[in-house]
Design a protein around this ligand. Structure first.
Ligand code: ADP
Ligand code: GLC
Length: 471
């Protein structure tokens, strides 16, 4: 069986968040399990692209509305990712340094999807399944079914993985002319709430849909940023498959990005050395428990709560803990965190920006990882943290609920709370402080979480079952 993943991100080629991690890992594990898995993504101007060599496999041209673009499909030569990687290069549209956030994102990802389909249309052999990820690839299941020029592709099964239903890629009907011609009687398949909605179109048209955790799937039936009724209607083809983590990349015993490598048996010494290094870099006291947050500074992640959480925790527990934040996002939250540094400087530091190596150092050097997410479809941070012996403090929602139990419960190993509120998070931090000072219990929990199996093997099999059910 051959699967073609279509995605806007793929680690280490281009990553903004967990989507990149998933698309960089799942195909590798699928290959190992005997499925042929390939990835096609845009050719942004990233370091990876500049430092690797490629073979040209297809050339074409396409219209995005009234503009004509030439495009190339390149196949990466080395195969170092563990699967075939194809990149679509559309000069003037996709050759940007970043992934998202451009005024013409609608046109950029539309051009990408059309180029992928044009290429598939002419490819000598076709995949069994086109596996789309998120709204940037959401028009593909629609065009495969109803696009006039893609009738050759009609029998290829399509799967949509929803990594985050908050983002749907809507645009107005005035931009209909951007979409290659299709059976206009089917226009309703594109519509949701009076706009063209690529995520909704994919939910309607894909043969199967899944979310990245079972709990998130359940939550979407009642809270899906406007898509609840649609998801309930399509319930029969929907399922939740929990993400794994790439334990070849996220392994404290082999991680070249951290200050000192360690395994479960050397975790005490190893984590201490990493914490020492981190605290020296950020001028924090290594003797105090270290709480970190890593992620996009947006409302979904509860990042806006951080300044108050830090202020209140330091007020309630003077001189008893440190915080370190790594992230970027909403300008106001970034500014608030920088302000917080002025009064909590000895016990708090922040790195505004994206820094892959530093994220590894935080997972390795921290004692606790905070995730006050309002919405968390899966969340990978908590799994990375646990792999590195860092205890996650999470809101009981989505994938966090499926991966973290509370140490107060029988066999539990993390800290959970229910509301994305400063009070609940501070209470959880209080429990963490107590745990930190109960040395034997804390050490036992660290060892437990380092041994948990979050590998991709199980999910790779679940995806295979899903593909097989399509035939
Ligand atoms: P999401 O995809 O919603 O942002 P996930 O938990 O699935 O959340 O994945 C986030 C990924 O992005 C993790 O690999 C995390 O380490 C990484 N990450 C987020 N922000 C940063 C940052 N500022 N610097 C480095 N890595 C980051
Ligand atoms: C999205 C979600 C996150 C999930 C990731 C990978 O970005 O916000 O929770 O872990 O996709 O599936």
């Amino acid at each position: 069986m051959e699967i073609l993943h279509v995605s806007a991100e793929c680690y280490p080629v281009a990553k903004v968040g967990g989507l990149g991690d998933v698309v960089g890992a799942l195909p590798k594990y699928q290959q190992e399990a005997g499925t042929i898995a390939k990835v096609v993504m845009p050719a942004y101007h990233t370091k990876f692209r500049e430092s690797h060599t490629y073979e040209l496999v297809h050339q074409g041209g396409l219209w995005v509305g009234h503009a004509w673009f030439h495009f190339n499909v390149w196949k990466e030569d080395s195969n170092e990712l563990g699967f075939d990687l194809y990149q679509v290069d559309i000069p003037g549209l996709l050759d940007t340094p970043g992934v998202y956030g451009y005024m013409n994102d609608t046109e950029r990802f539309l051009g990408f999807q059309v180029a992928v389909l044009d290429w598939l249309n002419e490819w000598q052999h076709q995949p069994d399944v086109i596996h789309c990820h998120d709204h940037h690839t959401g028009l593909i299941p629609f065009l495969v079914r109803f696009g006039y020029k893609y009738s050759r592709l009609q029998d290829i099964a399509t799967v949509l993985t929803i990594h985050n239903a908050q983002y749907q890629g809507q645009f107005g009907w005035d931009k209909l002319y951007l979409i290659p011609s299709f059976d206009l009687w089917k226009s309703g398949m594109l519509d949701w709430g009076g706009s063209i909605n690529p995520l909704a179109a994919a939910i309607k048209c894909a043969w199967r849909i899944n979310t990245v955790s079972p709990s998130y799937m359940e939550e979407l039936f009642t809270s899906a940023n406007g898509l609840e009724a649609l998801l309930n209607a399509e319930r029969g083809k929907a399922t939740g498959i929990l993400n794994g983590i790439d334990d070849k990349v996220w392994n404290p015993g082999k991680d070249g990005m951290i200050a000192a490598k360690y395994t479960m048996s050397s975790q005490l010494k190893g984590k201490k050395a990493n914490k020492q290094h981190l605290c020296e870099t950020f001028r924090l006291d290594p003797e105090l428990p270290l709480f970190v947050f890593i992620g996009r500074l947006v409302g979904d992640k509860g990042a806006d709560l951080l300044p108050e959480i830090i202020g209140r925790s330091l007020f309630e527990n003077p001189g008893a803990l440190n915080f370190l934040i790594l992230g970027s996002g909403d300008a106001h939250t970034e500014w608030m965190l920088q302000q917080t540094r002025q009064y909590a400087g000895e016990h708090f530091n922040v790195y505004i920006g994206y820094n892959e190596a530093l994220s590894h150092q935080l997972y390795a050097g921290a004692d606790f990882l905070l995730m006050p997410s309002r919405v968390e479809p899966c969340g990978l941070n908590q799994m990375y943290a646990m792999r590195y012996g860092t205890v996650p403090i999470v809101r009981t929602t989505g994938g966090l609920k499926d991966t973290v139990t509370d140490f107060g419960d029988e066999g539990g190993f993390g800290i959970r709370f229910y509301h994305a509120s400063v009070g609940d998070v501070c209470h959880a931090i209080g429990r963490a402080l107590e745990l930190f000072h109960t040395k034997t219990k804390f050490s036992k929990i660290r060892k437990t979480i380092m041994q948990l199996d979050h590998s991709w093997d199980k999910a790779a099999q679940q995806y295979l079952d899903l593909y097989t059910s399509l035939k």
